[in-house]
Ligand binder design. Sequence first.
Ligand SMILES: [Zn+2]
Length: 185
Amino acid sequence: MGASTVGGGRRDAAPLYRGRVAVTGWGAGSRYAEAIRRDDIVIRTRTPRARLSGAVYDVNYDSLELSPQFAIGNWRDQAFFIHECTHAHLDMRNLGAHSAHLDEAVAYLAEAVFVEASGQRPLGTETIRVVAHEIARRVLAGTYYVPAADSTRLVREVATHPLYAGTTVYRSNRFNRTWIHTILR
Ligand SMILES: [Zn+2]
């Protein structure tokens, strides 16, 4: 299982950032698939977090937590999966402590690009998704970078959302885990 198959051969856009956000499609899906094959990333379905939300990437366990109802054939679940694989991608880049709000902005944008490319409607009506989809439509029209004003706007939407307002830092450490997280995986 990986993002490359999730897209069903459609655009597999994965964002990168080095100071600004660029959107590329260099086959990131095969990297996730390989990480999953090697158990660098594990898929778990029986954890409390997995049961609570459709899909979550946990940087401590390097795990994709998927709800027991998760169905890879369902486009909504595919979109959540792309969002979480983007968090996995940013973890794999070993960025250290970085802006949680920028990390989320990139994940929402990847989700939006996938949903727009699939011809589907946004997963929700939150302003984060409204803004992410506006940017995604421009990406799909051929602008493969996000102008600073747009990324600032998207990051601000994330920062003011109650779900993310209290969390400012995410860690990215590739597959380094504490021994306790390794034992409990
Ligand atoms: Zn997220």
